[in-house]
Design a protein around this ligand. Structure first.
Ligand SMILES: Nc1ncnc2c1ncn2[C@@H]1O[C@H](COP(=O)(O)OP(=O)(O)O)[C@@H](O)[C@H]1O
Ligand SMILES: [Mg+2]
Length: 432
């Protein structure tokens, strides 16, 4: 059976003629000269692969994902050594421009076969052999690496209405860093990134967007990740921060594919990766006719998919709790693999009555989903306001505050604080 392919770019090298003379394994069904045409033809289902000859600098994770999601494999022919390295990092089958048509056909077959097999974002063994053997020896063999211990990824998520996602994410990261762990804090909220403000950073650089751009191009490595991240000291311990997008219209810069690679690299470099996620999970794009439309909430969804632990944060009042319950239903629909841990924040008796934890706990048992509440975080406006004003974390600005102690406990730290009397157990009065 012949594989229908698209030829893109520098095909005057008579690559097409060479392939046609083979009369068999590969048939060029279309020559494309611009990207829009390439994407349209790929989406039309006409071809199983594209051969990009010459300049392949436009090929990043986003375009690869688009092509792959249309079941179109990619083979690049280039003589540029730097570009070959980049393509290797992206896991793209590539070889020199001058290789024989028979070998191009073999590469196409390999690329198509590996699309059918489960894919990885790195160059897999099935890619490496033909390209490595055929290209002039510009691509060095990657040394076999010892397995790296991967850090734990915690996503902090919750519904709209400012329940305290950022407060928890920032302070959790700070507690872990102060405990001597290597921590990366990522701001992936595409609606209201605010980690930089919480940490008093005058940051316009949107480090996470920079990291995603590099990842998209296959240029993000350990050194680049450390270079773009903002380094802070928490009680003398380092905390690496990838700040978020400063203007919400820049959400397209956090494409899920690239963001996924940033998270994977971060977890190879840190003991803990803490992600502040956006609230919204709706997939409006699915309702449009353009099935390839970028997904605004794709960033949050990818974070939730990749996380080892998800904290679902809700505000503890008559508005916040029902919102959290609804959002959890939505989460189950959209990312069914996630088992969220419930954190009820801003717990205060003025909102729910005396012994608020008991009230909330019992109300949750009756009206919430059957997931246990992992933690109750007290309302502590004096502490949060002082921290925000000073651009500092609670463990520095209000180390003895009840909120700080509760977050430290959630982070698994034993911190000596002033003793609090356990409130009297009450019968639930609260209904949501
Ligand atoms: N436990 C708490 N007690 C008092 N104020 C809080 C608490 N948690 C968060 N806040 C405040 O609520 C506001 C919203 O918190 P934030 O973390 O930005 O929410 P989100 O990230 O969910 O939008 C901020 O002003 C923050 O200081
Ligand atoms: Mg926030």
């Amino acid at each position: 059976m012949t594989v229908p392919v698209i030829a893109f770019g520098q095909t005057e090298q008579d690559i097409v003629g060479g392939l046609e003379r083979l009369h068999g394994p590969v048939t060029v069904v279309r020559r494309c000269t611009d990207m829009a045409e390439l994407i349209a033809v790929a989406q039309s289902g006409l071809a199983r692969a594209v051969i990009i000859a010459g300049d392949s600098s436009m090929l990043g994770i986003s375009l690869l994902e688009r092509l792959h999601s249309s079941d179109v494999a990619v083979v690049v022919l280039t003589d540029d050594g730097g570009e070959q390295h980049r393509l290797a990092a992206l896991g793209v089958v590539h070889a020199a421009l001058s290789i024989d048509p028979e070998v191009i056909a073999e590469l196409v077959t390999t690329a198509v076969a590996s699309l059918v097999a489960p894919r990885t974002s790195r160059l897999s063994a099935s890619y490496a052999d033909p390209a490595g053997a055929l290209a002039p020896a510009t691509v060095e063999e990657e040394p076999v690496q010892a397995p790296v211990e991967l850090g734990e990824v915690t996503a902090v998520w919750g519904p709209a209405g400012a329940p305290g996602r950022t407060t928890l994410a920032v302070n959790l990261a700070a507690e872990l860093a102060a405990a001597g762990k290597r921590v990366m804090l990522l701001d992936a909220d595409t609606y209201g990134a605010s980690v930089a403000v919480f940490l008093g950073l005058m940051d316009e650089s949107a480090a996470l967007a920079q990291a995603c751009r590099l990842a998209d191009q296959g240029l993000l490595d350990d050194t680049a990740l450390e270079r773009v991240s903002v380094k802070l000291a928490v009680q003398g311990a380092p905390l690496f921060v990838l700040t978020g997008i400063t203007r919400t219209e820049r959400w397209t810069e956090l494409r899920p594919g690239a963001l996924g690679n940033v998270i994977e690299l971060a977890r190879r470099n840190a003991d803990h990766v803490v992600i502040d996620c956006g609230f919204c999970l709706e997939a409006d794009e699915e309702l449009s006719f353009d099935t390839m439309a970028p997904r605004r909430n794709g960033a949050s969804l990818r974070c939730l998919e990749l996380a080892d632990r998800v904290y679902a944060v809700g505000a503890s009042d008559a508005v916040g709790v029902p919102r959290l319950v609804r959002a959890l239903g939505e989460l189950e629909q959209v990312v069914p693999t996630v088992a969220p841990q419930i954190v009820l924040n801003k717990v205060r008796s003025s909102a729910v009555g005396p012994a608020p934890e008991d009230q909330l706990g019992q109300a949750w048992e009756r009206f919430g989903p059957s997931i246990e509440v992992k933690a109750f975080l007290p309302a502590d406006f004096a502490a949060t306001d002082a921290a925000l004003l000073g651009g500092s974390v609670l463990l520095e600005s209000a180390p003895d505050s009840p909120l700080r102690l509760a977050i430290a406990a959630l982070a698994g730290r034993e911190v000596a604080g002033r003793r609090r009397r356990r409130p009297r157990r009450m019968k639930a009065k609260v209904t949501f």
